[in-house]
Design a protein around this ligand. Structure first.
Ligand code: MG
Length: 430
């Protein structure tokens, strides 16, 4: 097994590493190396021990890299300032010549996700069947990396691999992923997040929201979380007055408030008819979310900072949320997204994914589970130029993609322009 690291359009000569010096060979023998001995996953069979499947689906190479896609203007919410959106990418090639692409979306740290894939997942993928999606998910999940990341970096890297395998499955079926998952061809309503950023002045926010409404969106979201909550109160009142009663308005505090501040804001948010309040307090604080939801009537929304089915299940069991914003890039891919969405729908909750993928994968996932409420998607247009297939949204409604796969194939021009130097590697079978 060979790995070429640091591959990029601008990188220097590649460095060759013999991965057999670092990992079990799959024959049960351990190869000594200059690094410390590493643990072996008891619940993660070696590739050589797996039941052979379709020869064409066998994984022959795993390539990682990352893009930094510039934003059209600097933006801020209550916790982060951004000038670019970082998109780590994994491309998994199979013996039949197909390429499945998995992506994530980050503020920073793309190299951490690609290193998890290059260092730990690639050796467990090469030679295995790409069509064994659940089996692969469990094998990777129960590698010794389990102990250092059932959420965050390791889990997000698993998401990238899982998305790539679902992309391959849809390509092999000759179907767009939404159809493979049983979704209907109906257009899906989107809400727009790109008009209410916290660094924009009130006049600019109102001008942007008017522009979005003029382009057909009926639901828009604004950021809150100013240092003084009374400034937030003034802002949401002014926005409601400007957009009128016919526009559905949501707000997002990005965990900036404490419970006391959030409780003070609730009457104001009720007064302006706020549909949901997103991440009002720290994302792990189940009791605080439960108290806010009980105080109502605004729905409490969260999910972009929850990384597992179990995290969502704990919130749902506590009746702490009514809007489940499960993100395919934060939980471990399509596989875990479906598990969360089905559980949420079975509990009568709204499923409105947070779009860490800028909607590229979620446009396939929305509307694929039985639910009492129509699907709704978050629309942020930052990475439309990074992919071969742009999302098509007209009058606020998404049209389902038609090409086979998960719409994750990176455009060659995007890679030329935005690939981050020195991030990623290519791992191949000998
Ligand atoms: Mg948010």
């Amino acid at each position: 097994m060979k790995q070429r690291t640091g591959r990029s359009s601008t990188s220097a000569r590649p460095v060759l590493i013999d991965l057999d010096a670092f990992h079990n060979t799959g024959q049960g023998a351990r190869v000594e190396s200059e690094t410390a001995d590493e643990a072996r996953g008891i619940l993660s069979p070696a590739v050589a021990d797996l039941t052979p499947g379709d020869e064409g689906a066998v994984i022959t190479s795993v390539e990682t890299y990352a893009l930094a896609v510039p934003l059209s203007r600097p933006l801020q919410d209550a916790t982060a300032a951004l000038t670019a959106w970082t998109v780590p990418v994994v491309e998994i090639r199979t013996a039949d010549g197909r390429v499945g692409t998995g992506i994530s979306g980050l503020h920073c740290g793309a190299e951490l996700l690609t290193q998890v894939i290059d260092r730990y997942y690639a050796p467990a993928l090469l030679g295995a069947g790409s069509d064994d999606i659940l089996g692969t998910w469990k094998r990777l999940y129960w590698l010794p990396t389990h102990w250092i990341g059932r959420g965050g970096v390791v889990h997000m890297a698993l998401s990238m691999v899982d998305i790539a395998l679902w992309d391959l499955a849809a390509q092999r079926a000759g179907l767009p992923l939404w159809r493979l998952l049983g979704g209907s061809a109906d257009d899906i309503e989107t809400y727009n997040t790109d008009g209410g950023w916290l660094n924009l002045g009130l006049a600019e926010v109102i001008r942007d929201l008017h522009a979005l409404v003029d382009r057909g969106w009926r639901r828009v979201k604004i950021k809150v979380g100013k240092p003084d909550w009374r400034e937030d109160a003034d802002r949401v009142r002014a926005v409601r007055q400007a957009v009128g009663a016919g526009v559905t308005l949501m707000c997002d505090a990005n965990q900036r408030w404490d419970l006391s501040t959030a409780m003070r804001m609730l009457p104001v948010l009720t007064e302006v008819g706020m549909d949901w309040v997103e991440e009002p307090v720290h994302a792990d604080d189940v009791p605080a979310h439960r108290r806010l939801q009980a105080a109502g009537p605004a729905d409490i929304a969260a999910g972009e900072s929850l990384y597992s089915y179990h995290a969502f299940a704990n919130f749902i069991a506590a009746d702490a949320l009514r809007v489940i914003q499960v993100d395919v890039t934060r939980v471990a891919g399509v596989t875990e997204w479906l598990q969360v969405a089905r559980h949420a729908a079975a509990n009568g909750l709204r499923i409105v994914p947070h779009a860490g993928d800028m909607m590229q994968v979620h446009q396939h996932l929305a509307g694929t589970v039985l639910s009492d409420t129509p699907p709704l998607l978050e629309f942020i247009p930052w990475t439309q130029d990074a992919f071969e297939q742009r999302s098509v949204v007209r009058d606020g409604y998404l049209q389902r993609p038609h090409a086979p796969g998960a719409s994750t194939t990176v455009a060659a021009r995007a890679r030329e322009r935005w690939q981050i130097r020195g991030v990623g590697a290519t791992t191949t079978r000998d």
